[in-house]
Design a protein around this ligand. Sequence first.
Ligand code: SF4
Length: 352
Amino acid sequence: MTESLIKRRHTRKIKLGGIHIGGDSPITIQSMTTTDTANVTATVDQIKELEGVGCDIIRIAVPNMKSAKVIHEIKENIRIPLIADIHFDYRLALEAINQGVDGLRLNPGNIERRDKVIAIVQEAKQKDIPIRIGVNGGSINREKYPVLSPESLVDSAIEHIKILEDLEYYNIKVSLKATDVLTTIASYQLMLEKRDYPLHLGVTEAGTQFAGSIKSSIGIGTLLAMGIGDTFRVSLTALPTEEIRVGKEMLKSLNIRNDGVECISCPTCGRCEIDVIGITEEIEKKIAHIDKKVKVAVMGCIVNGPGESKEADIGISGGKGVGILFKNGKEVRRIKEEDMVAVVVEEVKNYK
Ligand code: SF4
């Protein structure tokens, strides 16, 4: 696989649990649980499922003390860093820190008294916990910023940032999410001119799996291609596991991270002699959990199929109800259409 040609823009490196964000650290993919956080079993089960599909960082909503008080128990049962999403109540932030959370998502400007912010910052400093400042188009102060623009998003974020900087706290991550893709892109570009804090990318309220994946791929993908962004979440109105799948695919498309199986397939045409769509979807589902650098090609005919199949590590090119299996560029054998999924999955599992 070709090395990524992307030149990463500099940001400072911060620590989140057992991983780093920013600088030359790998770009990480995040999601957020959809369970009632206080339901530890359901929350842990969902996080484990997300870990299984490649989620690097997980965020949980902490809307009340009941949720804050179970953080320790959740953390004990998961492997990836855990971030608590806090809105206005500083006591929830303090409890989350006390419970051993790895990071906070909190806008200090939303906490109404300075002494309360100081209390959070003191604790966060002591435990070396980063705080993400997250400005969303929908939640910025419209009285102060009547026009939603990259400038107003960045100014709003800087306001929150300054509160922390005044307390000599620099363990910060920043996100600037708008629903409009171009505003999002320009906001992150502008932010990099102002500060070097690591950036959490996202297009907010992106929509359903179909529309949201496209919107996020263009927004987040463009920024990543420009070397901007240290971590990101693909926000979808869909299962959190889908957010991770889309995120991983984005990183693969940009050659940023090549772990996991890459599955390419032909678009099909009148020459197609096997069910490329069904076979590829089935293979993709069955190999999603395999963390190996393998490229698989599923091609519909023997006219253009063998070329791509030979380029891949494992490939099949369809004929009439049969296909030719290729491995490392060499023809291996013929397989029946009904056996293709099982054979390819097995080949991927055994690939060295
Ligand atoms: S590989 Fe064959 S079936 Fe697939 S698009 Fe190309 S020509 Fe058509």
